[in-house]
Design a protein around this ligand. Structure first.
Ligand SMILES: [Zn+2]
Length: 84
């Protein structure tokens, strides 16, 4: 996935990079409890393959993976920090 930022910077992301950065509660954990990504060391290929990307308002992208996981809202701030 590629993003061209307003300042002209271009960022390229792999599905694997984005999957491991998923900010959703299931992946990250909630209220001090570990999330799924804290417990696993590897993810299946379908987990790492981007299926669909949707713009949420003006602030985030919702990224759906082939595995069906689609609860992560990647804010542009998060995406920029991932690849700065
Ligand atoms: Zn997630």
């Amino acid at each position: 996935m590629d993003i061209t930022w307003e300042d002209g910077k271009k960022s390229t992301y792999t599905g694997e990079q984005l999957r491991w950065a998923c900010p959703c509660a299931e992946c990250r954990g909630e209220a001090g409890a570990p999330g799924r990504l804290d417990r696993v060391k590897e993810l299946a290929a379908a987990e790492l393959q981007i299926k669909d990307v949707q713009l949420i308002g003006q602030y985030a992208l919702q990224i759906a993976f082939e595995s069906g996981h689609a609860t992560g809202l990647y804010t542009f701030s998060l995406l920029r920090h991932l690849n700065d």
